[in-house]
Write a protein that binds this ligand. Sequence first.
Ligand SMILES: Cc1cc2nc3c(=O)[nH]c(=O)nc-3n(C[C@H](O)[C@H](O)[C@H](O)COP(=O)(O)OP(=O)(O)OC[C@H]3O[C@@H](n4cnc5c(N)ncnc54)[C@H](O)[C@@H]3O)c2cc1C
Length: 389
Amino acid sequence: MSGPHVVLAGGGLAAVRTAQALRDLGHHGRITLVSEELDEPYDRPPLSKEYLLGTRGADDLRLATRDEYTRQDIRLVLGRAAVGLDLRTRTLTLADGGEIGYDRLVVATGARPRRLPDLPESGRVHYLRTAADSRRLAGALTGGARVAVIGAGFIGLEVASAARLRGCRVTVVEAAPQPMAPIIGAEPAAWLRRRHSERGLEFRCGTTVERSEERPGEQVLFLGDGTVVEADIVVVGIGVVRDTAWLAAAGLETHQGLVCDEAGRTSAVDVFGAGDIVCRHSAGRCRPTGHWTAAADSAARVAATLAGVPHAGLGEDGFFWSDQADLRLQFAGAASPTATVVSGDFDSGKFVVHYTEGDRLTGVFAANAPRDFLRGRLALRSALKEVRT
Ligand SMILES: Cc1cc2nc3c(=O)[nH]c(=O)nc-3n(C[C@H](O)[C@H](O)[C@H](O)COP(=O)(O)OP(=O)(O)OC[C@H]3O[C@@H](n4cnc5c(N)ncnc54)[C@H](O)[C@@H]3O)c2cc1C
């Protein structure tokens, strides 16, 4: 086989998409994907949605079949974590002491849930990142269970909605004044809270967990506002952290993630980054990526960079979607204090909001209005292009 040996550290969307795109672009060298998980690579969004609710099985989550890996000659090394890197000898060290040499390395190790300090790990406490986490959580979401969800970001609200559909009694604790307020802005966030409240979610917003006690049969959370939440299970969804220590130790530039340029290049010539592990520095800010579309886009970029062809992508616009019970939410860009409903209305639960600064469109948010959202997103892309040029 001719061509460089590409090793992918990580076994999620970004690693698989990079490998597949490389083959599509005619890469003839070896491709090896090294994942710490024993499960074959799978897609994560259903873990807080259909998989958690049991309406999609594990086979449906696979990012590729065994046959596809064989056909594309992508070698999977599963259940082995990368823990060290020697840039000089181009060697990846694995947790079991094994080593893999590479010509080009793509780091696609994703992110991990941020732990809540002062909440000891116990059978009652859940975090959600892997299929195993989702299975464990599904087993605990039984009818009538008291569920405390800490963090009303998109994963917290998806889990809270799923728990409600399972007949649980759900309390959501959120530091911001409204759920998702830092992302979608005050007015849409107030609507979202009303909507979820009507469906039985109880909110404690503008407060945080100060301490917690495990008592027989329950976990008790003491909140900063003086109230108490008694729960059978606690689900924490307060964002993610990126495991960069081993990359920094190897000499790579890291910040909130692995620092990469738009083409996925890192500070080392033969090392690239894709997916949630990546952060980009622009306009003096560190911007970590953390959504599905951005991960897929960065994989396509890295593959193009490795293959030496231009990438035809449209550019990152911060798009994500979130399914919360009967709501399909879609967001792109950035919220601003000026949020205008441009189609539909809050009452119907079907609308599109445009965020503007002066005349400039900065972001789009929609509930149950995919077509109108798409129109807004295209307008946003044009606006972003103008800013970049
Ligand atoms: C529950 C959940 C729901 C989500 N829902 C949505 C959604 O609705 N919309 C949306 O836009 N985005 C959603 N996302 C985000 C989206 O799934 C991620 O952006 C995407 O999975 C990122 O892909 P990735 O390959 O970079 O990282 P990951 O998917 O995290 O994959 C990284 C892989 O690398 C492995 N790994 C980590 N460290 C090492 C190591 N040192 N050595 C070897 N392997 C390692 C990990 O175990 C993992 O298998 C969701 C995420 C989660 C967790």
